[in-house]
Design a protein around this ligand. Structure first.
Ligand code: TYD
Ligand code: MG
Length: 449
């Protein structure tokens, strides 16, 4: 009789690497205090290794069975690169309550194929109630509260679904391992098994994962390396809109975003995000301006608000929502040094309306002009958009995809645009919007004030 041996190993919760000895610092990723002990059973859970066959490229190309299945949500399709690819492994991350389960359920019903929803987190009744709320009544959708890995795999074998949702990876477990669900060793093992299943049976598996405080998917980073696509859902409790981003995509472009609105009947698509973000826009108030931001390849118009007031305490405040605080500090220094406005004794507050976060240098000009507009108490015209990166010399530098951004502005009825001279080309000139090319921030001020 073969003796069942167990081996002790130490696993890093950051990178998923394992080591024979404990260390205070992970030798692989150099994180501190991330190693924890777990037992590996050498019996390998009864799985024998079957050698896989070798195929020629032409053979694989001609018998390629992978197809794109539309999810019924165009916003999701775009992020996925044109629908769900059969046989792929997708990870969907997001903070609790952002709407991951809701989106997964929408996708299950939208694909109109046989789907299995494993709700290890909620009971079947809870999922069914949610499905009723979302008006999902798909005959092809099956629910199960199973949270044991082998059980899940046997359900997949029996049902032969085309899509499986695992909600969430932190709650499923392999009972062959003696660690708790959600521990790094469980997540690593379950992820690996699900990867095998998806590739062998050509079934798409969507894994839902929670994120930690710093915003990365909880559990070993390895999970992100294993899967084909990593999606993140972002949003703020205070706002209705949710943004879906691809952080990694083996079968499509990253940087694409999908925009949804969370309502009473679940998520709905936002086909025209600019209109949504500008819905409550303030006109003729000093300190506000419009900036065409870019989310992925989509231009979205946002309102930038700045409020500059005299500081009551020694150190003036610099407070910003949706933009980098350090960058704001730099822009204020440019205002002071290059444009002669006294900012040292002022509190400066900047807000990108609607809770959007941008990490785009093209927002600089709009922010600096809004701050100046508030300082001088002169409002910026309501039919103008501002674009450009601002350099330390007070120059306006070129930006990417000017044409797309201006198209969106023109579509929404904006008549004028201040843009970096260096970004203007023939295509841009054809757009029905009056251009004011500028080289320095002071030239923009001449146009505006
Ligand atoms: P959920 O999908 O359960 O989030 P996650 O799986 O990411 O934790 O969504 C939960 C939130 O969404 C909850 O606060 C209620 C809200 N919600 C709606 O506003 N409308 C709806 O139709 C549904 C289903 C949820
Ligand atoms: Mg959930």
């Amino acid at each position: 009789m073969a003796k069942l041996k167990t081996k002790i190993a130490f696993l890093c919760s950051e990178c998923g690497d394992d080591f024979p000895k404990w260390n205070g610092q992970c030798p692989s990723c150099k994180e501190w205090g991330t190693l924890s002990e777990f037992k590996i059973s050498t019996k390998k859970n009864g799985r024998e290794h079957e050698p896989r066959e070798t195929k020629s490229l032409m053979e694989v190309l001609t018998t390629n069975s992978s197809e794109r299945i539309p999810t019924g949500l165009q916003e999701a399709d775009r992020v996925l690169g044109g629908g769900i690819l059969s046989g792929s492994l997708i990870l969907l991350g997001g903070s609790p309550g952002v709407g991951k389960s809701t989106l997964a359920l929408h996708i299950c019903s939208g694909i109109n194929r046989k789907a299995l929803y494993i709700s290890a987190e909620e009971s079947e009744e809870q999922v069914a109630l949610r499905a009723r709320r979302l008006n999902v009544s798909s005959e092809h959708l099956f629910l199960s509260g199973e949270n044991e890995l082998e059980g899940i795999i046997s359900h997949i074998d029996r049902l032969q679904p085309e899509l499986v949702v695992i909600d969430s990876i932190q709650t499923v477990m392999n009972s062959g391992l003696d660690s708790l669900p959600g521990s790094p060793s469980q997540i690593r093992d379950c992820g690996q098994r699900l990867l095998e299943v998806s590739k062998q049976k050509n079934v798409t598996i969507l894994i839902v994962g929670h994120v930690t405080k710093d915003g990365s998917i909880a559990g070993p980073k390895m999970l992100e390396h294993m899967v084909d696509t990593v999606l993140y859902m972002e949003g703020d409790d205070r706002y209705d809109h949710r943004i879906l981003r691809a952080a990694k995509n083996r079968f499509g472009a990253t940087h694409e975003v999908g925009i949804f609105k969370m309502g009473e009947n679940g998520l709905s698509e936002v086909a025209n995000p600019s209109e949504m973000f500008l819905a409550e826009r303030s006109v003729n108030i000093p300190g506000t301006s419009i900036y065409p931001s870019l989310e992925g390849t989509r231009p979205i118009l946002v309102e930038v608000q700045a409020l500059v007031s005299n500081a009551n305490f020694g150190t003036p405040q610099r407070n910003v929502n949706g933009f980098d605080t350090k960058r704001l500090g730099m822009l204020i220094a440019v205002l002071e040094k290059r444009l002669g406005l006294v900012m040292g004794t002022k509190d400066v507050f900047v807000n990108l309306v609607g809770g959007l976060r941008v990490d785009d240098p093209a927002a600089d000009l709009s922010i600096i002009c809004s701050a100046a507009s508030s300082t001088m108490d002169k409002s910026i015209g309501e039919d103008i958009v501002l674009l450009g990166e601002v350099g330390l010399a007070g120059e306006v530098r070129s930006i990417n995809r000017l044409e797309h951004r201006l198209h969106e502005a023109a579509t929404l009825g904006f008549k004028r645009a201040i843009v970096p001279t260096a970004s203007v080309n023939d295509k841009v000139k054809k757009i029905k919007i009056k251009l004011y090319p500028v080289k320095f921030v002071k030239d923009a001020f001449t146009v505006l004030f």
